[in-house]
Design a protein around this ligand. Structure first.
Ligand code: DX5
Ligand code: ZN
Length: 220
C-alpha cells in the first residue's frame, strides 16, 4: 500500500506550543497537517480561524489541509487560502450550493474537498465527484477528537473509490477522519482511503514518531 498520507490533526495538539507541535510531527514523518476549524454552529465546538493558521503555516513544509466544520464556508474561503490553506474541505451538509462553493475554492487556487458526515450517503457527492480533489469520509460525527471509529462508514469509501475508478478520476484522494489509529487504519486503506487523519493517536502519544510509524506499520 503505497503513498498513504498521514495527516495529524492539530485539534489534539497542545495549543500553547502549537508551532513546536507542528514541527515535531513534521520531523516525525507526517505528510499533511490537518487543521480543524469549528464554529459552534455546524458542530457543537469552537476551535480557531484563519489568523491562527496564518501564524503557523509559513513555518512548516507540510501540506496544509483545512477541514471547515462551519456554516456558510464560502464566506471564509479567501481568508483561509491567504492564511496558507492548500486543500479546503467543506461539508456537503453545510452547502446549499455545493457546486458553487467547490468552484470558488478552486478559483482561489486551492484544492477542493467535500466531507460527508456518518449519516450522509456517498450519493451526496456523486454529481460533483469529477470536480473535486478529495472526499473526506467522516468516520465519527465531527466536533471532537478522541471519539470511537464508526465501522458502518467504511462501505462509503469503497463506493466512492469505485465511482472514481469508473470515471477515470484516479487522482481523487479519499480521506478518513475520526478514530483512526493502528487498529483501524488498515480497513479504511483496503476500502480505498489514501489520507489518514489522526488526532489523538498522534498528538496524544508521548512519542509522535512511534505513533506515526505504528499506523504505517499496520498497513503492511
Ligand atoms: C473531528 C475532527 C477530527 C479530529 C480527529 O471532528 O474533524 O479531525 O481531530 O480526532 P481523532 O483522530 O482523535 O478521532
Ligand atoms: Zn477533521
Amino acid at each position: 500500500m503505497h503513498n498513504i498520507k498521514i495527516a495529524p490533526s492539530i485539534l489534539s495538539a497542545d495549543f500553547g506550543h502549537l508551532l513546536d507541535e507542528i514541527k515535531e510531527v513534521e520531523r516525525s514523518g507526517a505528510d499533511w497537517l490537518h487543521v480543524d476549524v469549528m464554529d459552534g454552529h455546524f458542530v457543537p465546538n469552537i476551535t480557531f480561524g484563519a489568523p491562527v493558521l496564518q501564524a503557523v503555516s509559513s513555518h512548516t513544509g507540510l501540506f496544509i489541509d483545512v477541514h471547515l466544520m462551519i456554516e456558510n464556508p464560502e464566506q471564509y474561503v479567501a481568508d483561509f487560502v491567504k492564511a496558507g490553506a492548500q486543500m479546503i474541505t467543506v461539508h456537503a451538509e453545510a452547502c446549499t450550493h455545493l457546486h458553487r462553493v467547490i468552484h470558488l475554492i478552486k478559483e482561489h487556487g486551492a484544492k477542493a474537498g467535500v466531507a460527508l458526515n456518518p449519516a450522509t450517503p456517498a450519493s451526496a457527492i456523486r454529481e460533483v465527484l469529477e470536480d473535486i480533489d478529495m472526499v473526506l469520509v467522516m468516520t465519527v460525527n465531527p466536533g471532537f477528537g478522541g471519539q470511537s471509529f464508526i465501522p458502518r462508514t467504511v462501505h462509503k469509501i469503497c463506493e466512492i473509490r469505485q465511482w472514481a475508478n469508473e470515471m477515470g478520476h484516479t487522482a481523487l484522494h479519499i480521506e478518513v477522519d475520526g478514530g483512526i489509529a493502528a487498529s483501524t487504519a488498515r480497513q479504511v486503506v483496503e476500502a480505498g482511503a489514501d489520507v489518514l487523519v489522526a488526532g489523538s493517536a498522534v498528538f496524544g502519544a508521548p512519542d509522535r514518531a512511534a505513533a506515526i510509524r505504528s499506523i504505517r506499520d499496520s498497513l503492511v
